[in-house]
Design a protein around this ligand. Structure first.
Ligand code: ATP
Ligand code: MG
Length: 386
């Protein structure tokens, strides 16, 4: 702000930082708005580390003390051509016009240390009443940019605010326009909804909106209410009634990260696995990479017969006793198997058979007994059956 003002420009803090400051939430980044043009900003910040990707839309990213601050030239967004991006960006000299193009009243306030808050659209009142309301006609604002539909729902989930009736009606009326939005953007908002404090209530209320891009989810299972606000867990709950064969396809279509997909899928798979004793637990640890505590929390929400604290204690004991439940902990390895005579894929398959014997406590995890068992397996014609 100092750099811009020294050069004679106006600059304000805008958007999320002002909103979060007013409702005493932690501010995680700052967005600034200024009457300096993109070229003028670039010149002023030439000695700083910057990101110029958004410059044609008026946004310069400036890295200050390792944190990115986005500075955007006052903008008026007139015609929207694709339900997402303004067809032509018009820069303006008026901060009020810049606020008018912003999505919600609570996001359309500016702050300056010398002049305080400027609130052109009743943002403070809506914050006080915990209401999310578009700036201007909601149907028109959602038609311009359908991502705002997801943002409204996301802010409602994060802040616990109610969506104002006309805005709410327009959400349902315009929800089909979400088809124009890139899946990456939908996914980002969805993850934030899933991880939000008020996520489950909001997901139930706005399920028809999410169904536009997730038609496979027919209903919100009641178990979701007892789960912690962990996106993977809530996503797994939403997909728990979907045929298991379709789950992976849905998650990859939404372009969730590899890790997100793996954890979500494993939680769903865990529902079909028994979990009553030490052997069951070791089979689960053998098959899954998701932290056991998460699997247990998830599974217990769906199956009340699970003895949660007993299973957690057993898990601790398995770790302390060094029970073997992974191939890498087995005291026999691929080279040993080759020496015995196993070849190619036979090696992994036979090792898994041996591991399962160890998991079930039918075989000790020590070299001589494992080798003897492997030799028996080889000479019993096991490989012929593969
Ligand atoms: P958070 O950072 O918590 O996501 P935020 O409100 O700062 O919340 P940003 O995506 O960082 O959200 O956007 C900064 C500001 O830009 C918003 O507060 C809003 O004023 C405006 N804005 C962002 N996206 C849109 C949009 N799709 N339509 C209109 N205005 C938007
Ligand atoms: Mg922000």
């Amino acid at each position: 702000m100092h750099v811009l003002e020294q050069a004679g420009y106006e600059v304000y803090i805008v958007g999320g930082a002002v909103r979060d400051f007013l409702c005493e939430r932690t501010i995680h980044d700052y967005d600034l708005t200024t009457n300096a043009s993109p070229a003028e900003m670039q010149e002023l910040f030439r000695d700083y580390q910057t990101n110029t990707q958004g410059l044609k839309h008026g946004t310069l990213g400036v890295i200050l003390q390792g944190r990115k601050t986005e500075i955007t030239t006052y903008r008026q967004d007139n015609s929207y051509t694709d339900h997402r991006h303004p067809g032509n960006v018009i820069f303006t000299r008026s901060v009020q016009e810049d606020c008018a193009r912003r999505d919600f009243t609570i996001n359309a306030m500016v702050y300056h240390p010398d002049t305080g808050i400027q609130d052109f659209f009743g943002g403070i009142q809506d914050l006080d009443n915990q209401i999310i309301r578009t700036v201007g006609d909601p149907a028109q604002r959602f038609e311009e940019d359908a991502l705002r539909i997801m943002r409204a729902i996301r802010f409602s989930a994060e802040l616990g605010f109610t969506i104002e009736p006309a805005t709410d009606t327009a959400i349902f009326q315009k929800k089909e326009d979400l088809r124009y939005i890139a899946v990456e953007r939908l996914q980002e908002e969805l993850i934030r909804i899933l991880g939000a404090q008020h996520g489950t209530e909001v997901i139930s209320r706005y399920l028809p909106v999410l169904q536009v891009f997730l038609p496979e989810i027919a209903a919100v299972p009641e178990q979701i209410r007892t789960l912690p606000a962990v996106p993977e867990m809530r996503m797994a709950a939403l997909l728990s009634a979907v045929p298991e064969a379709s789950v992976h396809g849905i998650l990859t279509r939404m372009k969730f990260s590899r890790e997100f997909c793996a954890h979500t899928e494993e939680m769903i798979q865990s529902l079909a696995m028994p979990l009553k004793n030490r052997t069951d637990l070791k089979y689960m640890l053998n098959r899954m990479r998701t932290p056991f505590g998460d699997l247990l929390t998830f599974k217990s929400a769906f199956d009340h017969s699970i003895q949660k604290s007993r299973m957690m204690a057993l898990y601790g004991d398995i770790q302390n006793m060094g029970d073997c439940y992974r191939l890498k902990d087995l005291k026999i390895n691929g080279e040993d198997m080759i020496r015995i005579g196993f070849r190619n894929q036979e090696i992994g398959k036979a090792l898994q058979v041996i591991l399962e014997q160890v998991i079930e406590g039918k075989l000790l995890n020590e070299k001589t007994s494992l080798t003897a068992y492997a030799e028996d397996l080889f000479h019993s014609g096991y490989t012929d059956k593969l």
